[in-house]
Design a protein around this ligand. Structure first.
Ligand SMILES: Cc1ncc(COP(=O)(O)O)c(C=O)c1O
Length: 465
């Protein structure tokens, strides 16, 4: 079947990303634009339009306006998702050979950025919830304990990365964390791919955005948490710990030389929607609806886990002995399409479209799933990854990734150094990165993960030969 034939058919209820819900919540100017003759809007950087790195043209003016509107010093629109901007951001913050302090649950793009630019990921462990197999962001005390492990001989920290919120919508209080790192003079990049709406300024008890707590660089994936087309993102910069010229130089290394004017227009419209009254009214309505949906579903017996982002619903399937993958398959047959199936949960992204009728739909799907699987035992607690509070890779990530490799079975990998990233997607969180040593406990844990994530983890692994 050709790709185009798969793009327009009705898949049922879209509880997956992009957050505009298959067009329903796109900003009005973008809907208008797309109604024009097909393809007329497909343009690269042309005089008058320009691109994210130009000092003139409509994109330049638009970025300036967006930065002022959000209270940032600068911003750059991105057309290669949060991925491209996170990588450019990291390149601009630290020098080759320096370490980047980051939580275990960073997105793979940041590990890849380290490998590409010879930065050393200094990964710290994060709290693990064994009933569901999720990690959650650390609090101030946790970070203090991580910092107690420093200094480490030969390790010079150049930058810090934080994730706010996680894919599941878990968030912690960012402000004290940013302060702690700033006291040490380290610039902080916040991967806020899933939290653009936190920066909207609406009064709905959302977690704080990195923008409002003084982080230096913040990346929003506009298709994940605002009304942008797929691949749209924005990088915000503020303060004087990161040089904006370094950011621009870094973006120019990874950005296409033909950025799509359509996607840039979508970046502009998605950000505008976050800050203008009509967009904020829509967001407030969606958040009110989402809180109502969650309350009602809980009253009806659906096991939804608490989190901090009302637009993400986490169904805790493990407590009935059902995997998130089984639940997903079942619900897809019933025309409900979720975003993130995992061994113990299924996460739905409500997005910005109206979810009328969702309570009935989910209740019906869940009830039939429970009847079909009745009598099962709840899952045993998930094993926390056997990793130290702070892990210094035994070989540089970059060197391991580029080294001569040998492909072996995961079963035979004890004592070897990984040249691979083991990373089921979604959620895109690495379980093993290049340069890490595979000890017995880690291999046993990975084999258990392989069992839990069928088809998403290869039985083979490339190791440094
Ligand atoms: C936490 C996090 N950061 C970054 C990304 C990358 O975002 P994008 O798909 O916009 O490149 C993802 C994607 O899943 C993510 O979950």
């Amino acid at each position: 079947m050709d790709i185009d034939s798969l793009l327009t058919f009705d898949r049922g209820r879209s509880l997956f990303l992009p957050a505009h819900g298959r067009g329903a919540a796109l900003p009005k100017e973008l809907k208008q634009l797309l109604k024009n003759r097909a393809g007329i809007w497909d343009l690269p950087e042309l005089p008058g339009i320009g691109g994210p790195l130009d000092a003139h043209g409509a994109v330049f003016i638009s970025q300036k306006r967006s930065a002022v509107g959000m209270g940032a010093d600068r911003c750059w629109y991105g057309i290669n998702g949060a991925t491209g901007l996170l990588q450019a951001a990291l390149f601009s913050m630290a020098r080759p050979g320096q370490a980047v302090l980051m939580p275990r649950n960073v997105h793979r793009s940041l590990i890849q950025a380290c490998a590409l630019s010879d930065l050393n990921p200094l990964l710290f462990d994060v709290p693990f919830l064994s009933d569901r197999g999720h990690v959650v962001p650390p609090d101030e005390m946790w970070i203090q304990e991580v910092l107690d492990e420093l200094p480490i001989e030969g390790v010079e920290v150049g930058a810090v990365v934080l994730v706010n919120p996680t894919y599941h919508g878990y968030a912690s209080d960012l402000e004290p964390l940013v302060k702690i790192f700033h006291q040490r003079g380290w610039p902080v990049l916040v991967d806020e791919a899933h939290g653009a709406h936190f920066a909207s300024g609406i009064k709905k008890q959302l977690p704080a955005s990195g923008l409002s707590v003084g982080a230096d660089l913040i990346v929003h994936s506009l298709h994940k948490s605002a009304a942008g087309l797929v691949q749209t993102a924005v990088l915000w910069q503020q303060g004087d710990l990161v040089d904006p010229i370094a950011v621009e130089r870094s973006i120019s290394w990874v950005q296409t030389s033909s950025p799509s004017a359509l996607l840039l227009a979508s970046c502009e419209a998605a950000i505008r929607d976050l800050t203008r009254p009509s967009g904020q009214r829509k967001l407030i309505a969606r958040i009110d609806d989402a809180r109502h949906i969650a309350t009602r579903l809980r009253e009806l017996g659906l096991p939804l886990l608490p989190n901090q982002d009302p637009l993400r619903l986490i169904l805790h399937t493990a407590i009935l002995g059902i995997s998130g993958f089984e639940a997903d398959d079942w619900l897809i047959q019933h025309r409900v399409v979720a975003e993130l199936p995992e061994p113990g949960c299924l996460t739905f992204c409500l997005g910005l479209a109206d979810q009328k009728g969702l309570i009935r739909l989910l209740k019906r799907g869940w009830d039939s799933l429970v009847v079909k699987n009745s009598g099962r035992e709840p899952f045993k607690p998930f094993l926390a990854p056997p990793i130290p509070r702070l892990a210094v890779p035994s070989m540089s990530c970059s060197a391991a990734w580029r080294s001569k490799v040998k492909t072996i079975s995961l079963n035979d990998s004890v004592g070897r150094i990984s040249a691979d990233l083991i990373c089921p997607y979604p959620p895109g969180i690495p379980m093993l990165i290049p340069g890490e040593v595979l000890d017995q406990k880690r291999v046993e844990w990975l084999l258990e993960q392989k069992r839990l994530w069928p088809n998403l983890i290869s039985p083979q692994l490339r190791v440094v030969s």
